[in-house]
Design a protein around this ligand. Structure first.
Ligand SMILES: Cc1cc2nc3c(=O)[nH]c(=O)nc-3n(C[C@H](O)[C@H](O)[C@H](O)COP(=O)(O)O)c2cc1C
Length: 314
């Protein structure tokens, strides 16, 4: 998620769940191939398994970008066919590609030929006045014919005109039924659902209903402990669950290294503001961190101060 799932966020999330697959922010192929944005790909080995998401619509450029991502050591390369923003439309990629499945097939074929890891696609159920019941199966069929077998389907349409990217994540209605239908129609494909999932219980219900995976975006960011601390046990059957305090402790060496290399505290702690969401002291934790972390020279002691502001520390 742009501006959210940067490497600091992913490192923090990985401490809460060893098994969930984490995704980068979208990186555009032109920025990687022509713009020298390779530094955006740097990540910590602890983040594995981690998928990089690419945006683009030029098969050769996407192939070159895929090669670069494989060299960096990513575990999966995902093509974005879901982002509705104007900037992305002008570059002819993102959700507008739902209108040209043949081009998406060409893109993923070129990416697969260049890739040492799995190439996957994240898409919508349709855009604008398309009929999702016609468009989505045709899209999956065409793209699967180029060899992609795993899809993440954001279970709502995107409106390319008239809605902001934020509205496009809330206003078009969710259609989980259609995603289930796609799994039944294409049993050989791995179909993961995305959009509006707020809890692990809900994710478990969707998996029990036959889907192969669930991607959780905003809920995992805003309340990471609720989603990630229990995910290994609930979803993957692997016992062992850290406490929030253990996660904070485990972040300290990482943050210390970031500060020592000239980074700012806020770069990392901005992703940690939701750690105590729904818990007593959540507001105090958030306030101490958000007010203090941008001050010049802010250091690790701010984390102790924020912990001390929690009622259980008294
Ligand atoms: C701040 C923000 C940035 C996002 N950036 C991306 C992105 O780079 N690539 C992408 O495929 N989806 C992006 N999304 C969409 C999410 O991946 C997801 O599809 C959407 O939020 C619906 O899932 P959710 O209800 O679990 O959040 C972004 C969402 C948010 C809130």
């Amino acid at each position: 998620m742009m501006d959210w799932t940067d490497r600091h966020c992913r490192y923090f999330h990985r401490l809460m769940s060893a098994r969930t697959l984490l995704y980068t922010e979208m990186v555009t192929a032109p920025a990687l191939v022509r713009g020298g944005a390779r530094h955006l790909l740097a990540f910590d080995p602890a983040e594995h398994p981690v998928a990089v998401q690419l945006g683009g619509s030029d098969p050769q450029e996407l192939a070159e970008a895929t090669r670069i991502c494989c060299d960096e050591g990513y575990d999966e390369v995902n093509l974005n066919v879901g982002c509705p923003s104007d900037r992305v439309q002008s570059g002819t990629f993102g959700a507008v590609l739902m209108k040209t499945p043949g081009l998406v097939a060409d893109c993923v074929a070129a990416m697969r030929a260049a890739s040492s890891v799995e190439v996957t696609v994240k898409c919508r159920i349709g855009v604008d006045d398309q009929d999702p019941r016609e468009v989505l199966p045709a899209f999956l069929d065409t793209v699967a014919s180029a060899g992609v077998t795993r899809f993440v389907v954001h279970a709502r349409k995107a409106w390319l005109q008239g809605l902001s990217p934020k509205e496009n994540r809330d206003i078009p209605p969710l259609d989980y039924g259609l995603v289930h239908e796609m799994k039944r129609a294409f049993p050989g494909l791995t179909i993961c659902l995305n959009g509006g999932v707020l809890s692990l219980d809900e994710a478990q219900r969707l998996l029990a209903g036959g889907l192969d995976g669930v991607m959780i975006g905003r809920a995992a960011y805003h309340d990471p402990a609720a989603i990630l601390l229990g995910a290994d046990e609930a979803i993957f059957g692997v016992p062992g669950r850290k406490t929030r305090e253990e996660v904070v402790d485990a972040m300290k060496p990482y943050i210390a290294q970031h500060l020592a290399s000239g980074g700012r505290l806020h770069n990392v702690t901005r992703h940690m503001l939701g750690l105590y969401a729904g818990q007593p002291g959540a507001r105090a934790w958030r306030r101490v961190l958000s007010e203090g972390a941008t001050r010049p020279g802010a250091g690790l002691d701010l984390l102790d101060e924020a912990l001390a502001a929690l009622p259980c520390a008294a």
